[in-house]
Write a protein that binds this ligand. Sequence first.
Ligand SMILES: NC(=O)C1=CN([C@@H]2O[C@H](COP(=O)(O)OP(=O)(O)OC[C@H]3O[C@@H](n4cnc5c(N)ncnc54)[C@H](O)[C@@H]3O)[C@@H](O)[C@H]2O)[C@@H](O)CC1
Ligand SMILES: Nc1ncnc2c1ncn2[C@@H]1O[C@H](COP(=O)(O)OP(=O)(O)O)[C@@H](O)[C@H]1O
Ligand SMILES: [K+]
Length: 523
Amino acid sequence: MRHAHTVEQVRAAEAALMARLPDGTLMQRAVAGLAATCARLLAGARGRVYGSRVVVLAGSGDNGGDALYAGALLARRGAAVTAVLLDPARAHPGGLAALRAARGLVLTEQEAGLAAFTGADLALDGIVGIGGRGGLRPPAQPYAAAPRPGTVVAVDVPSGVDPDTGEVPGVALRADVTVAFGTLKPGLLIDPGASYAGAVQLVGIGLDLPPAALTALQHPDVAALLPRPDTESDKYRRGVVGVAAGSARYPGAALLAVAGALRGGAGAVRYVGTAAEEVVRRFPEVLVTEGGPAGAGRVQAWVVGPGGGEGAERALREALASDVPVLVDADGLTELARLGPAALAGRTAPTLLTPHTGEAARLLAGADQGPPPQADGLAAARLRTAHRLASAYRATALLKGSTTVVAEPTGEARSNPTGTSWLATAGSGDVLAGLAGSLLAAGLAPLDAASAAAYLHGLAGRRAAGRGAPVTATDVARQLPAVWRDVHGGAAPARGAGRGARPDDARPDGRRAAAGARPGGRH
Ligand SMILES: NC(=O)C1=CN([C@@H]2O[C@H](COP(=O)(O)OP(=O)(O)OC[C@H]3O[C@@H](n4cnc5c(N)ncnc54)[C@H](O)[C@@H]3O)[C@@H](O)[C@H]2O)[C@@H](O)CC1
Ligand SMILES: Nc1ncnc2c1ncn2[C@@H]1O[C@H](COP(=O)(O)OP(=O)(O)O)[C@@H](O)[C@H]1O
Ligand SMILES: [K+]
């Protein structure tokens, strides 16, 4: 499991630890890890640190101090280090003295221009860290638009990315590698911030941290969550998932949701709706009933809404009246937005909502959260949006998109590391809904069912896309058994598909790439 903490949590943990340690100890721990990573990257790219060109972009805070001290360590190993001070009067005095003592060159931004940056083998982004607010300010903005140096290493956080949310409110500097201190920050795991962070490496500095504000599953976590039949199992004990989906207009959504449900670990899939004939023709193992959820036999979880069309209102009403977990997707969400959070008030079992940002906008408007939000704004603020939904509806909310985020009304949240933009294809959300519903029926808690489903779905999308090719929702469903085996076997996910290929310990399986590997794919 990867853990990310908010700025407030990090500051509190740092204060507690600093009170017990001599001044500067934490910074020196952070700097040692940072310089070691830079040295490995330089050695990987050039064979050695000696003679390499390093530029340090140093802002006014401790983040700039870290970068200056790391520059000093690299200068002592023979690198030609130039520090560019973006706020010379407020540069970190200790870091500056250390760099000067190591014979580093110190310039103002006017003196340096962009040449030192663009010509560097490695640039350290020490502009701002967890103290940064808003996008890059004017003196630093040109670096974001300039030609890229060999490798950009962000110190703690890529400057311009909101550490707590991953929002990028203005201009930010894209990194190939981010070296995070003490813990990850949510902004490193959630787009758009995650896409600025590159490969994320963690340097421990000994913080005693509270439960994480955000977690992200890795292969072993998912393997531990997935249901596995044992000698006592029968199809009912494994869970029956009910799928109320599809309509005369969208029969395909029923097939795709059922395809996902069949590969999600429940012992049986029961389908209700107008596509019963097509469903049985394609999947003879499915139990089918005409009508709505109320008249169907017993199930352990309902999936309502994919392609539900005109039948969605009845399906939603009947499923919500049940005492089992209900996953609401697509047309079911449109109906729920019309009814508002009151429709869930009497529920005794969990509800899981799986909107994309357009549906999230409708849900929030339906919850009377001020003026109707714009879907674009919600996509840029994924974590906040998922929290808002979960809290307004008192339900688990899985917000789909470039980073899928799951939030609980308790404030717990998970981000999914396996997505690929190849999944942005019609019907892939229906497969996800069926899969997550099946995991609910098998007994997983909503946060686990939702995040494990998003994880498998993302891996299946990557596997289907291979080195990068369009996939269909049917392809995604077909890959589910293979990725199920992958997470148990610890096999690495398919590389190179979409923007999921991150070269080191940002990889979802948690394995590290070889030391010194040149980060790729981001130039
Ligand atoms: N506190 C500690 O114990 C440790 C802190 N560490 C480092 O310290 C950093 C935090 O340091 P600070 O609290 O000094 O904060 P920062 O260095 O992140 O930034 C603070 C300064 O940046 C300015 N600023 C804010 N937003 C800006 C923007 N958008 N553009 C330009 N300037 C902006 C502020 O006016 C302030 O002077 C961490 O990210 C980490 O790198 C590490 O050394 C580990 C130990
Ligand atoms: N840019 C993207 N990057 C990664 N995944 C994406 C992106 N856009 C969409 N997805 C994923 O694709 C799926 C699309 O689901 P959805 O929007 O419900 O489509 P549909 O209704 O056609 O099935 C979701 O799992 C979502 O997370
Ligand atoms: K930074």
